[in-house]
Design a protein around this ligand. Structure first.
Ligand code: NAP
Length: 516
């Protein structure tokens, strides 16, 4: 089989009537399927438990998206045992075979794009383009990691040594626990899971309790692609209940986590304690939160900067780890720029994500809703409300796009991750001051700088301390292969998802030397 060069999956153009029709009919079809019950999948067996939980529609919390099983210790242990046994065979399959499953799954996902986007609209409140972006990125991850697995399986160059034949092989680690968040419930989940199994590991996939049904859709796709039973095991369930059992199990070899700093640090700590019977140091890949920013210099196209800040701050309701939650604006254009932001934010339509005229949908759940509104109250004390500031007077977790100005660089809303549609605007004396403010949080994920000043761009390349730095564009929207993604400091282990180094995190190198 000839494998073409990796190319990013194009986004659906929803301005075309035929695509609008396809999305509408997918929404209609999926609506009929809401409320079904989904089993655990352990070693290919469909398992039901006595305790259940529900996944709800954040736009309409009375609507049940699906009913899920809540596993107990027994199922956790069983899933690890099955993954451990399956690993014994799976580790010997060729990279070509493993990559083949990903190519097939990517094709199936491409064929089911609209339907999967519809599930994302209902389960996570994504608007059409946000849902489509999530599915496109999932396809990209599979296509990219399949090619990468084939590359790592090739002969690895070593320095020749007389009288010896030397070889270096990348081999898998073992049983991996994959714990993704709900905010990219297709892309991040698929990326972390695919990277784990295409390198020869077996997986226990514990999706977020806010998006377990979309995870089940991925399991259906893997099944259709012919992936052998037990390679990926599906174990939804509250992280607070089953997380420690999975992470702490002595047979768990690695944990691939993406989520909040609090949970990430807890996992790192627990994984570092060797359990009785454990014979390795567990590896933890932890990608965590952000307090990302955009610096706006005076020498720039202010319209383009305002558009970039608004898209970064309010796309998917500000619930991206890369979301622009701080605009750091130099003094000379500060008032004018805040006004430009206000005009744009007030035009954003908030409402049901099933309706394509809405730019923003709901936030994910009641806990997030309350926490974001609480941060808005804190922000009102710490600065001056420019626009927004309230929930919509209707059911569902809808919050207005909110901008708060005159925030001090050490204020709580300038430091803590809010994960909602709240933008703190901070005045900087000059560019150098803006850089210092930008670097003054515990995080270091994404940042953007709008300027025409070449010296500032070069200076920012040197001192802006973040994993993904952008110039004259928004700080969200990383593309697989183009912008390898991951952050510094408390944003995580900088694993660079979608990059050429990523698969190394799921393997170990074996050096083999034979004397002639
Ligand atoms: P979260 O609350 O930390 O949850 C993430 C995952 O961890 C979920 O599957 C969750 O399960 C699970 N979990 C919770 N407690 C656990 C425990 N004690 N042990 C093991 N697993 C546990 O984060 P989230 O709200 O889903 O996602 C938002 C966060 O993710 C934000 O901080 C955002 O910045 C970050 N994020 C980072 C990146 C990145 O690349 N750096 C990308 C996307 C998101 P339950 O749902 O069952 O609680």
């Amino acid at each position: 089989m000839v494998i073409s060069e990796f190319k990013n999956e194009p986004f659906v153009d929803f301005s075309m009537p035929e695509n609008q029709e396809r999305m509408k009919s997918a929404l209609k079809k999926v609506k009929q399927e809401l409320g079904k019950e989904y089993p655990l999948i352990i070693g290919g067996e469909r398992v039901k438990t006595s305790e259940k939980f529900k996944s709800l529609n954040p736009s309409n919390p009375d609507e049940v998206i699906g009913i899920l099983q809540q596993p107990a210790d027994k199922e956790v242990t069983q899933a690890v045992e099955v993954a451990k046994d399956t690993f014994e065979n799976w580790k010997h399959t060729s990279a070509k075979e493993r990559a083949g499953y990903l190519f097939k799954a990517a094709k199936i996902m491409r064929d089911r794009k609209f339907e999967l986007s519809a599930w994302l609209v209902y389960e996570t409140g994504k608007t059409w383009p946000e849902a489509d972006g999530d599915v496109a990125e999932a396809i990209d991850f599979m296509e990219f990691y399949a090619r990468e697995a084939l590359r790592y399986a090739l002969h690895q160059p070593l320095t020749p040594f007389p009288g010896e034949i030397n070889e270096l092989r990348y081999i898998p680690l073992g049983v991996g626990v994959v714990i993704p968040p709900w905010n990219f419930p297709m892309a991040i989940l698929v990326g972390m899971t695919s990277a784990s199994f295409v390198t020869g590991n077996t997986v226990i996939l514990k999706p977020s309790s806010d998006s377990p049904v979309i995870a089940h859709k991925f399991m259906e796709i893997l099944d259709e692609a012919g992936l052998p039973s037990g390679v990926v095991n599906y174990l939804p369930g509250r992280g607070s209940v089953i997380g420690d059992g999975l992470v702490g199990n002595p047979h768990t070899r690695f944990i691939s986590f993406t989520g909040s700093m609090e949970v990430g640090l807890h996992i790192v700590e627990l994984a570092s304690k060797a359990q009785p019977g454990q014979i390795w140091i567990k590896r933890v890949i932890a990608e965590m939160g952000g307090k990302d920013c955009t610096i706006v210099d005076s020498d720039t196209d202010l319209d383009s900067a305002a558009d970039g800040v608004i898209a970064g701050a309010f796309g998917f309701q500000g619930q991206k780890c890369s979301a622009c939650s701080r605009a750091i604006v130099v003094d000379s254009i500060y008032d004018e720029f805040v006004e430009m932001l206000k005009i744009r934010a007030q035009k954003l339509k908030v409402g049901m994500p099933t309706d394509p005229t809405n730019y923003m949908g709901p936030v994910i759940n009641e806990r997030a809703f309350k926490s974001i509104l609480n941060y808005i109250e804190i922000g009102k004390q710490e600065g001056k409300l420019v626009c927004g500031g309230k929930a919509l007077d209707r059911s569902g977790y809808f919050i207005e796009p909110t901008i708060i100005r005159d925030i001090a660089s050490d204020a709580r809303i300038a430091k803590e991750e809010i994960f909602g549609p709240v933008l703190a605007v901070i005045r900087a004396k000059d560019f150098e001051d803006a850089l210092n403010i930008a670097n003054s949080t515990i995080y270091g994920l994404t940042s953007s700088l709008y300027t025409r000043n070449r010296k500032y761009i070069e200076r920012a390349k040197d001192v802006f301390h973040c994993g993904n730095l952008y110039f004259n564009r928004k700080c969200t929207g990383a593309l697989v292969g183009v912008h390898p993604f991951g952050g510094f400091n408390m944003s995580g282990t900088d694993s660079k998802a979608g990059g050429k180094d990523y698969l190394l995190l799921f393997m170990q190198a074996k050096a083999i030397s034979e004397k002639l």
